[in-house]
Design a protein around this ligand. Structure first.
Ligand code: FE2
Length: 347
């Protein structure tokens, strides 16, 4: 796909079904389609810098992560920023979870073993696996994606995009977690109606691992290779998806390509997390910037061909996301050209 902003040709507008994979239509327009004057209502593009969104668990160790967005399909987006260990164990009984570690080092203890996640790691905790986590240093920040449909690494080929043997790390049983005393176990549901059991012992105190397969794993964003069709770029390819195809995740870090076309994504909301530079990605230069373009909203998006390089990932979901009042208060309306604040933001 070529850069439609050059002076010789009128801007092209692309409409697609099924994300990058379905039917499409291309027309030209005499004007720059992403421009809008103002907007009212919930289905409007937004951006949030994580450092300006203080999660509830930052000051209150008892708190759960803060919900950024919910949906009728049960797909949710949350943020966490702990300075102290979780004093309880949580088991999500309705969704798989991907925890992306934006900053800090985080120790996860789970029903199937423990692992330590670093900045840039995606950690997968499937439905009904109990866990707790804690920063090993002063603090951590993470973005959590919840998917009711099971999530799996699904790169385009068994090798190439991901070196599974080298770069996917699984949880391991041990070192010993003592049986301990009474422990709170929170069963987490998508409707926010959580149920709290008091268990006589620490439910994460394990013995040995007997099965070969381990469902909790991690991989770092920088170990997921980007795909591009030289010389023009073309769509990225997902590295992870849900069984129903409602959730897809991509490495959207800098790559050799033309700028994306101006387009309307008929079926997927797009959430992009600009993780860090050194290069800026259009209007995004603050590490940990979340951008959201709801389905059916025309957008362009910054060029991904940034020589200084940057890291970013994309969540595409068929769920129609709705940001929570707290997240709306900590975010801004976004223009959909370069993904900066919309000129009306703050007015
Ligand atoms: Fe898009």
């Amino acid at each position: 796909m070529t850069d439609e902003t050059n002076d010789e040709a009128p801007p092209v507008q692309l409409w697609t079904r099924d994300g990058f994979m379905g039917a499409h239509s291309v027309v030209t327009r005499s004007t720059y389609a992403p421009d809008y004057v103002s907007v009212q209502g919930p289905h409007a593009p937004r951006r949030a810098v994580l450092d300006r969104l203080t999660p509830d668990d930052w000051d209150d160790a008892q708190a759960l992560p803060t919900i950024v967005a919910t949906s009728r399909l049960g797909v949710r987006l949350l943020v966490s920023g702990r300075r102290k260990p979780m004093p309880y164990v949580v088991r999500n009984v309705e969704a798989d979870e991907i925890h992306f570690i934006q900053s800090g080092t985080v120790r996860f203890e789970t029903d199937v073993g423990s692992l330590t996640a670093e900045e840039g790691d995606f950690v997968c905790i499937p439905k009904a696996i109990a866990y707790r986590y804690q920063p090993t240093g002063e603090a951590m920040r993470s973005v959590i994606v919840e998917s009711p449909s099971a999530l799996k690494l699904t790169p385009p080929a068994p090798t190439g995009m991901i070196n599974v043997a080298r770069d996917v790390t699984y949880a391991k049983v041990g070192p010993d977690i003592p049986a301990g005393g009474p422990t709170k176990l929170v069963l987490k549901c998508a409707d926010g109606e959580n149920t709290v059991f008091t268990m006589p012992h620490d439910p994460l105190s394990l013995g040995v691992q007997l099965s070969e397969s381990v469902p909790v794993w991690k991989i770092n964003l920088c170990k997921i290779q980007v795909l591009t069709y030289l010389p023009e770029g073309g769509p990225p390819s997902q590295f992870l998806s849900s069984g129903t195809g409602d959730v897809l995740m991509f490495n959207l870090s800098s790559r050799t390509s033309g700028r994306p076309p101006i387009h309307i994504n008929a079926d997927f909301d797009e959430v992009i997390c600009y993780v860090r530079g050194p290069g800026a990605w259009g209007g995004c230069s603050d590490p940990g910037t979340l951008t959201w373009v709801p389905k059916g909203v025309i957008h362009h998006g910054p060029s991904e061909d940034v020589p200084e390089t940057y890291q970013a990932w994309l969540l595409e979901t068929r769920a129609t996301l709705r940001w929570t009042p707290k997240a709306i208060a900590a975010s801004q309306l976004m223009e959909t050209g370069e993904y900066g604040p919309h000129p009306s933001a703050g007015k």
